[in-house]
Design a protein around this ligand. Structure first.
Ligand SMILES: [Ca+2]
Ligand SMILES: [Ca+2]
Length: 391
């Protein structure tokens, strides 16, 4: 189709002008900030330990010695470990960053445990720290991936990640409308991990605060080496507190891999608990002090009664049948078998009150949120929600 001559002349005049404008816009949009150099990866910073450099990596823990990094229960604000993977647990793939006084209130892990799993960009001297590849004397630290030259330009890490903002849409609600609001909150922007990835995740979420080489087993409370994960007698494995068979969701990515109800447990104890519902009473279970069982229910030790209750309540709110999995619910029955229910709700609510969230459980919730699933267990953050929805 031919273009009239008049319009051809107009196009000839305007097209180059438009192209010039567009090029200008693109140049503005893509130009790097004047102060930013290309940031190094953590692997590059580890292999190039000289001069000054800017590095971007995920905060994975608090280094305390050459080969020791705390992944939870942080003890100070003076050092952080960065890695290229936010789930890194191998110290040789980490860069140890000195956090000097100007940056401690914003970048210390004791003050800001929610930094875990978040990207940080830091400029400073690439040199050994704790006799380990490091970065010292920082001149700029920022949350995110772009550097600035001034410590005063740092972003407060708590401003955008506070639990208050997370639950804003639940404010003022109760009962079924609170449950619906929480379901939306904890399923919006969340991510799921594979069943295989659960092994390493549990080594972080359930690390013994007193021994970074061990995990704490849920029902027994025993501290056992992380390296003993497996299926043999004496190993620990992945206990589904909400049994897989109650709804038959298996270990496909979803409820079967949801860290909020997965815990390390001794292989034999895990098998003994099987798919029992929860309720008080029964006979003492041998080898697991404080736990009781009968034909259709299991009573965990006192220190984790509330943990168990909050895990079940989380699952009931998280899984509502609007995805490819069944609608999981807590009910007042024991012996639920394969039905998508876990009881006994009245006992679980009593345990929830009797054993409120402690620092281990709160830290675990935070680590799952910041490092793995991007969602939280509302009943750990807001214990009062339980009675409003299930009472
Ligand atoms: Ca507890
Ligand atoms: Ca449900």
């Amino acid at each position: 189709m031919s273009v009239p001559a008049r319009r051809r002349r107009l196009l000839a005049l305007t097209l180059p002008a438009l192209a010039g404008l567009l090029a200008g816009f693109i140049a503005v949009l893509t130009a790097p900030p004047a102060t930013a150099a290309a940031a190094l990866t953590v692997a590059q910073a580890i292999s190039g330990q000289s001069g000054t450099g800017t590095v971007t990596g995920y905060v994975v823990g608090e280094p305390t010695a050459t080969n020791t990094v705390r992944f939870s229960a942080f003890t100070g604000d003076t050092a952080i470990a960065l890695a290229d993977s936010r789930t890194e647990t191998t110290t040789s793939r980490m860069l140890y960053v000195q956090v000097t006084s100007a940056y401690r209130s914003s970048f210390g892990l004791l003050a800001n445990p929610s930094l875990l799993g978040r990207p940080v960009t830091v400029t400073g001297t690439l040199t050994a720290y704790f006799t380990h590849p490091g970065l010292k004397s920082p001149t700029a630290m920022t949350l995110g991936t772009s550097a600035t030259g001034s410590p005063t330009a740092t972003v407060s890490p708590t401003a955008s990640s506070g639990a208050g903002a997370y639950y804003a849409a639940a404010a003022g609600k109760s009962g079924a409308s609170l449950k619906a609001a929480l379901h939306t909150i904890i399923t919006t922007g969340d991510t799921a991990i594979s069943y295989d990835a659960v092994w390493n995740a549990l080594k972080v979420t359930d690390q013994d605060p007193a021994n970074a080489s061990n995990v704490i087993l849920l029902y027994s409370g025993v501290s056992r080496a992380k390296t003993l994960n497996g299926g043999a007698t004496g190993d620990w494995n992945r206990e589904h507190v909400w049994p897989q068979s109650h709804g038959d969701f298996g270990t496909a990515t979803g409820p079967g891999t949801d860290l909020h109800h997965l815990r390390p447990e001794d292989v034999t104890v895990n098998a003994r608990r099987g798919n029992l519902d929860f309720d008080a009473g029964g006979s003492a279970v041998s080898g697991v002090s404080g736990n009781y069982a009968d034909a259709d229910s299991w009573e965990p030790r006192n220190a984790v009664k509330g943990d168990v209750a909050r895990m079940i309540l989380y699952m009931a709110v998280r899984y509502e049948g609007d995805d490819s999995f069944p609608d999981l619910e807590a009910n007042n029955t024991t012996g639920n078998g394969a039905r998508p229910y876990v009881g006994k709700l009245s006992t679980l609510l009593a345990w929830h009150t009797q054993d409120p969230p402690d620092s281990f459980e709160k830290n675990r919730n935070q680590v799952i949120y910041s490092s793995y699933q991007r969602n939280r267990n509302p009943f750990i953050d807001h214990p009062e929600y339980a009675a409003s929805i299930f009472g």
